[in-house]
Design a binder for this molecule. Structure first.
Ligand code: KG4
Length: 202
């Protein structure tokens, strides 16, 4: 079973030609949640790696953010983004330096919430399907909180985990780049009427 970036999906892989998306985000992807919340804090894009770095010095239990209640194995991150925004807006009214003073704790708490949302669903899917070969891929697989959660779950639930080496966590960007390179070499260009799309089925 694979948790992938991009669309934040849980994919059940029975065989190489039998992949089935059993859960996915109904709005934002996990990476978008990192990036959008980071933007609200005034952190540079992409916010994911910056949040990860700051989170290492913060208290993950300092702030609590709501986790969504979504049926089955689907995710949602847009509610978290909104509650994070409103929380900061309220705190900034009381103290204009709130973000600066609490940057590390905000990042740690936010990261913990995102990782918990992902792991709660993955744990449920693993339990229901009785699959214990679990992999993670995509940009968010670089996140140290998520990587640690995978290791914890492996120990606790006997999962056999497959986590890419850090250098391979931006595989999507590399795949898009190499595809573009070969298309360029073959003079395979499209005209300007083509509309880009960020999501596709497998
Ligand atoms: O969604 P994704 O798999 O798509 C592509 O590879 O194009 O990966 C991109 C996302 C971005 O949102 C970025 O912020 C996030 O991966 N990302 C991270 C980390 N490194 C990259 N998110 C959290 N922690 C990181 N260390």
């Amino acid at each position: 079973m694979l948790v992938s970036g991009g669309n934040s999906q849980i994919i059940r892989i029975n065989d190489f030609d039998k992949m089935e998306i059993i859960g996915q985000t109904i709005d934002d992807a996990a990476g978008e949640a990192f990036d959008k919340c980071a933007k609200v804090m005034g952190l540079p894009y992409p916010g994911g790696p910056v949040v990860d770095k700051l989170a290492k010095q913060g208290d993950a239990d300092k702030f609590k953010f709501n986790k969504p209640r979504i049926a089955n194995y689907d995710y949602s991150f847009s509610g978290l983004k909104t509650s994070f925004l409103y929380f900061l807006r309220d705190e900034l009214k009381k103290d204009a330096d709130f973000i600066e003073k609490n940057k590390e704790d905000l990042c740690a708490s936010l990261q913990k919430t995102i990782v918990d949302i992902l792991m709660d669903k993955l744990r449920l899917a693993a339990k229901d399907t009785q699959i214990n070969e679990i992999a993670v891929a995509g940009g968010v697989s670089a996140n140290s909180g998520l990587r640690n959660a995978f290791v914890d779950h492996a120990q606790k639930f006997g999962w056999n985990i497959h986590i890419p080496k850090f250098a391979y966590t931006t595989d999507n960007a590399a795949m898009v780049a190499i595809t573009g390179y070969y298309k360029f070499l073959e003079n395979d260009f499209c005209d300007k009427s083509v509309v880009p799309y960020a999501r596709t089925s497998i």
